[in-house]
Design a protein around this ligand. Structure first.
Ligand code: URP
Ligand code: ZN
Ligand code: ZN
Length: 465
């Protein structure tokens, strides 16, 4: 199958230019001008007035994550289909090593969940909950199998938490095998002290989840893990950074030349602690780190994105229904499953708030949602590029289309939206995954099982730093 995407504006990190994109089979054959009528194709997609961008890459999702006695609701089928509707053509999900189990068992379980079910391509990172001599050795094998990143937590004592020694040992191991440590940086033990005090005082509403997880607890843990990485001589990537206190630590680290990298998420740019009020309705917004007060955090995070102290926006997509799942925490906010839905809305929210909002250029938007994650997670230039030879993961994007976000129309398998009623400008007209159109004008045309596992190489962090 050969397709020509004609007359669009190709937007890449390097600039924007009027060009046609020729797709042959699963890859991009050529990017150039004047191809319409000159090349033989099966289909021509007219992109006049539209942008042609590399498909979005969301490097932080949790399909079917076990959490708080339940499971995140989206499967690889429903979650990647929703991603495709939102212009995201690659996800990297977190396989989970449970305590007492091997990395292998966790990874095999995630392959089984995804294989034959995903609609777009997917890779895995590995959550390490049990750092032992054996699991450290297993890390080398996972790097060789295309799973080169490992998430560890300074939060969630008794579940995913690792102490400093475990984190440092895992970092040293990546120094030997070329992998990357990703850190959930909040001081979990200190948070648990404050949370217990609040509950003892009868402060059990979801709102207090947002209060007890102080920004300084995130700042402290961020500084600590960056310092540990510096001591181990390895790069580190801070996931879902939410607060100025943490961003300042990343800024200082980068200013002194440390290989510290970080992502934030749409919820920390568009939602705030205020959303967590309104009684138990606030449970819809319970995630960790929590939503922060709007000032000063939102604009500081945007500044971080502009100045490249934050390199990526991913979603941390981890959806739990309000009914039956978030409700597990009625009467005690500590029992609310942590996580928000978002995989479908990231590209449009970032376009609306970032590009339309005048905070970032459209080229920086493409970098944040696609090219930077591809580079940092060993997928570039196969993914994240509009160039000959790259996978034909492409979006014909209408920068003027408006839509109202709602749970009644979204495709994520969850019974609410954090952005209910919000109008966003910008939307994906045509979404292509490896040369196949998977979404066309709001209709799903893809198929379950089209998505393939991506073996990723460790990124060259010396070049990225
Ligand atoms: O609240 C969150 N972020 N849930 C998903 C698990 C994690 O910590 O990323
Ligand atoms: Zn986390
Ligand atoms: Zn997460």
């Amino acid at each position: 199958m050969r397709t020509l995407i004609a007359n669009g504006t190709v937007v890449t990190t390097g600039g924007s230019t009027s060009a046609d994109v020729l797709v042959d089979g699963e890859t991009i054959a050529a990017v150039g001008t004047g191809m319409a009528g000159m090349v033989q194709v099966d289909e021509t997609i007219d992109a006049t007035g539209k942008w042609v961008i590399p498909g979005g890459i969301d490097v932080h999702t949790h399909m079917e994550l076990p959490f708080g006695g339940t499971f995140a609701k989206d499967t690889f089928e429903t979650g990647t289909r929703a991603a495709a509707f939102g212009g995201t053509t690659t996800i990297v999900d977190f396989a989970v090593q449970s305590k007492g189990k091997s990395l292998r068992e966790g990874l095999d379980a995630w392959h089984a969940k995804a294989e034959g079910n995903a609609v777009v391509d997917y890779g895995f990172h590995m959550i390490m909950s049990d750092v032992t001599d054996d699991s450290l050795k297993e890390m080398d094998q996972l790097v060789a199998e295309g799973v080169p990143d490992f998430k560890l937590f300074t939060a969630y004592p008794g579940v995913f938490y690792s102490d400093d020694a475990a984190i440092f040992r895992a970092m040293q191991q990546t120094g030997r095998n070329g992998g990357l440590i990703m850190m959930h940086a909040e001081n979990g033990p200190a948070i648990d002290v404050v949370a217990a005090q609040f509950v003892a005082d009868g402060k059990t509403d979801p709102y207090y989840h947002g209060v007890v997880r102080y920004p300084i607890f995130e700042g402290e843990a961020t500084n600590r893990v960056i310092r540990l990485a510096e001591a181990a001589g390895v790069p580190v990537y801070i996931v879902h950074l939410s607060a100025l206190e943490a961003l300042d630590q990343v800024r200082q680290a980068r200013d002194r030349g440390a290989a510290a990298f970080a992502e934030t998420c749409p919820q920390y740019l568009f939602l705030s602690l205020d959303d967590m009020g309104n009684g138990f309705e606030g449970s819809k917004f319970v995630c960790s780190p929590p939503l922060r007060p709007r000032d000063p955090h939102w604009e500081e995070l945007w500044k971080g994105l502009r100045k490249d102290d934050l390199q990526v926006v991913s979603t941390d997509h981890c959806p739990f229904d309000f009914h039956g799942q978030k409700e597990l925490g009625r009467g005690d906010f500590r029992k609310i499953p942590n996580g928000l839905p978002g995989v479908e809305d990231r590209v449009d929210l970032l376009h609306d708030g970032g590009v339309v909002g005048g905070r970032i250029s459209k080229e920086r938007w493409v970098e944040i949602i696609s090219t930077a994650p591809a580079r940092m997670f060993g997928m570039y230039p196969q993914k994240g590029a509009v160039a000959a030879g790259a996978d034909a993961d492409l979006v014909v994007y209408d920068p003027n289309r408006k839509r109202v976000i709602s749970a009644t129309s979204h495709h994520m398998d969850v019974d609410y939206s954090c952005y209910e009623g919000r109008t966003v400008q910008g939307g994906s007209d045509v979404v292509m995954s490896r040369g196949s159109v998977v979404v066309r004008n709001g209709t799903f045309t893809g198929r379950k099982g089209h998505g393939r596992f991506l073996r990723r190489a460790p990124a060259d962090f010396a070049r990225l730093a």
